[in-house]
Design a protein around this ligand. Structure first.
Ligand code: F6R
Length: 598
């Protein structure tokens, strides 16, 4: 996830772009950049100034005042291809420096496009996927010129060919020297336009625009627009026909706009999960990494907190479907144990900076083990230790409690299971998006009403639902401050049963998998001790509905999809309970997002 912003009007663009990017920092903040055209540049001569740097836009100094002109584009980055650096920062330019592009999204076919463009003589400066767009536009602009096209005809030709060529998701803002306007293109990444008095804006969300105008136009997928000094021209791809989109007047304040209208970032991040899962699952995993994992005698995962739970989920599925032994260790305890050299060790860490996880991975590396990292942050410390790095595609997570980053870790780890398991789950998980969208329709009110008055809550499950119970309990305790404990359902009668009372709700995850019959008996045993049971189960399970006090049906789908849906339901119950209790959801007391001390 990155943030992009654009301006066309009578004012100097750079200060407006800089302020706009500050509003979008929550979307990424490892580097920033802007390109500004003065009037003569867009008329064919003059200047197109590009300034870009590693670091936060809020730390930008006087250098941005060098960009003078009234058409501009800007970008704040969360790296996905190429580490955070000056050269990988956007905007990206073509060989001539006449074309500048900012991009939010992922170009899935960039590797083959880059290879072909290099073979045609284009020279690349960065490691990003985005740079192919600038070079493609250069190529199509040259082809248009050969056909005698110029001005808007040239741009029409280049945009059409660009959209034919790119695969993936993109919101793009483009400046082309000689074209007196800004080109905005949207496919599967957010892009909104703002309409002011004699000025136009474009942005990843409406936050940067609201200070200037409340008139917002939401682009649809495959729309493209030319923002010109005399107004907007809006078209739809592939027809290239002019389209009209409704202009809405919004009265959000900037804070709620940043959160996309959600009350807290945690809620917003929960709702981003269908796309996050799919983007993380769909990416290619390096063949070399897969072959090392296949050859290893066993796999050990080291991680902390939610990331540790993702490791446990991986263990259940890998052992069951790929028959590879997997150990999962809490990173801070790992140094107590020995690990054979032919064990592949995977550190799972959202931030890539968790001190205990880094220490564990270094320990494994010193032992001679091949070491892997699954992380959300490009160029983070863990990536410098690991032999192989697999990235999650969650984008920046602002809320302290992990939600979308956890789902993204599950997606990447499931992808490994799927590849080693010769395609197992691949179809189901490629098609999971609507299932997760349906999951988000769940109303947690009844479950939260029960949980909010409890002093203790148990979360129970069997098999893969055991770590999911651990994760559900962690979410509940960290943001509501209610004591919550995840427990393997079979363990309850070995001690925790003594705590069950009518005031101790039990959240049981019980889908129709192999463990179903025994889970049903466990739930009956809990009921017999007077505990209210909130049961999350397969859609249409009349028996479970009958037994439970509250039955939460999952969308009807394959078992593996239910695993992800159930996790989201547990996040939603915890979130809603915290809101009911008036907690500071995004910043729970005593907790930090990144734990960089041992
Ligand atoms: C829980 C949570 C923490 C992190 C843990 C590890 O919601 O966010 O438990 O999962 O601190 O952090 P990373 O994944 O950055 O190593």
């Amino acid at each position: 996830m990155c943030g992009i912003v654009g301006y066309v009007g009578e004012r100097n663009a750079a200060p407006i772009i800089v302020e706009g990017l500050k509003c979008l920092e929550y979307r990424g903040y490892d580097s920033f950049g802007l390109a500004v055209a003065d009037g003569t540049a867009t008329d064919g001569g003059g200047r197109l100034t590009v300034i870009k740097k590693q670091g936060r836009i809020s730390d930008a100094g006087s250098e941005v005042s060098l960009a003078v002109g009234n058409i501009g584009i800007g970008h704040t980055r969360w790296a996905t291809h190429g580490v955070p650096s000056d050269v990988n920062a956007h905007p990206h330019t073509d060989c001539t420096g006449d074309i500048a592009v900012v991009h939010n999204g992922i170009i899935e076919n960039y590797a083959e496009l880059k290879k072909a463009l290099i073979a045609e003589g284009h020279v690349f400066k960065s490691e990003t996927d985005t740079e192919v767009i600038a070079h493609l536009l250069e190529k199509f602009r040259n082809a248009a010129a050969e056909k005698g096209l110029s001005g808007t005809d040239m741009v029409d030709f280049a945009v059409k060919n660009l959209m034919d060529t790119l695969e993936g998701s993109f919101a793009l803002l483009i400046l082309i020297r000689g074209f007196n306007g800004l080109i905005a293109i949207k496919r599967f990444s957010p892009l909104v336009l703002g309409i002011g008095d004699d000025e136009l804006f474009a942005s990843s969300d409406m936050t940067p625009i609201l200070e200037h105008t409340q008139k917002i136009l939401l682009l649809e997928d495959n729309d493209y627009a030319y923002l010109m000094p005399d107004g907007i021209r809006l078209f739809s791809y592939p027809s290239a026909k002019t389209v009209e989109r409704e202009v809405k007047t919004v009265d959000w304040d900037v804070e709620s706009a940043k959160k996309g209208g959600y009350e807290y970032f945690m809620e917003k991040e929960i709702f981003e999960q269908p796309a996050v899962f799919v983007n993380s699952f769909r990416q290619k995993i390096d063949d070399g990494a897969v072959s090392v994992l296949k050859k290893a005698s066993s796999i050990t995962v080291v991680a902390c907190g939610s990331s540790y739970h993702a490791g446990l989920i991986f263990r259940y599925l890998m052992e069951k479907y790929c028959k590879i032994p997997v150990r999962v260790e809490i990173a801070s305890e790992f140094l107590n144990f020995t690990t054979a050299k032919d064990t592949a060790v995977i550190a799972v860490t959202q931030s890539g900076e968790t001190a205990d996880t880094l220490a564990a991975l270094r320990h494994a590396k010193a032992n001679g083990c091949p070491v892997f990292a699954v992380t959300n942050v490009l160029g983070s410390s863990v990536t410098r230790i690991a032999d192989y790095v697999l990235y999650t595609r969650a984008g920046p997570e602002i809320s302290v409690a992990a939600t979308k980053s956890f789902i993204a870790q599950c997606a990447v780890l499931l992808r490994i299971v799927s590849i080693i398991g010769k395609g197992i789950f691949e179809k189901e998980l490629f098609e999971i998006y609507p299932v997760l969208e349906e999951t988000l329709l769940f109303d947690p009110a009844d479950a939260s009403a029960v949980c909010k008055d409890a002093e203790n809550i148990f979360y129970v499950g069997r098999g893969v639902y055991y770590p999911i119970s651990l994760e559900g309990a962690l979410k509940m305790k960290e943001i509501t401050y209610i004591h919550a404990e995840g427990c393997a359902a079979g363990e309850l009668k070995h001690g925790p049963f003594s705590l069950l009372t009518p005031k101790t709700p039990v959240v049981a995850v019980c889908t129709k998998d192999d463990a179903y019959p025994v889970m049903i008996s466990n739930i009956k045993e809990m009921k017999a001790r007077g505990a209210p049971v909130i049961a999350i189960g397969s859609g249409g399970d009349a028996d479970l509905k009958e037994i439970a006090d509250i039955f939460i049906p999952l969308p009807r789908s394959k078992n593996i999809c239910e695993v992800i849906s159930a996790t989201i339901i547990l996040q939603m119950i915890a979130y809603n309970t915290a809101v009911l209790l008036g907690r500071d959801v995004d910043k729970p007391r005593n907790l930090a997002k990144s734990v960089t001390v041992i």
